[in-house]
Design a protein around this ligand. Structure first.
Ligand SMILES: [Zn+2]
Length: 102
């Protein structure tokens, strides 16, 4: 797996590959949004400060017979323009490329 394969095979163009985990017959790709793509989810500003991450598990397309999950390090972001602290927007979840499990 690689950042390039995430982009070309799964359509996750703004995600960075971290590592792969094989667990009970499943494949789990650990990913995070590329720093250059992080924006305030309210006003779209890039004038943001990272405030930690939350792990979220998504199901995505299988590879062969193996179920594939994405473990996303979802960023909490503080916006210096609108003042809000929110989680980043996850385009792949909005576009249904991955379904939130937990
Ligand atoms: Zn903002």
């Amino acid at each position: 797996m690689s950042t390039s394969l995430l982009s070309h095979a799964f359509g996750l163009t703004d995600q960075e590959y971290l590592k792969t985990e094989y667990k009970q017959g499943t494949v789990i790709f650990h990913i995070k949004t590329k720093d250059s793509k992080l924006r305030c989810s309210s006003c779209d500003s890039r004038n943001i400060i990272k405030k930690g991450t939350v792990d979220r598990l998504f199901r995505t397309l299988p590879i062969g017979l193996r179920p594939v999950y994405l473990l996303a390090k979802v960023q909490r972001l503080q916006c210096n323009d609108c003042g809000l602290i929110r989680q980043e927007r996850l385009k792949y979840a909005e576009e249904k490329k991955a379904i939130l499990i937990e």
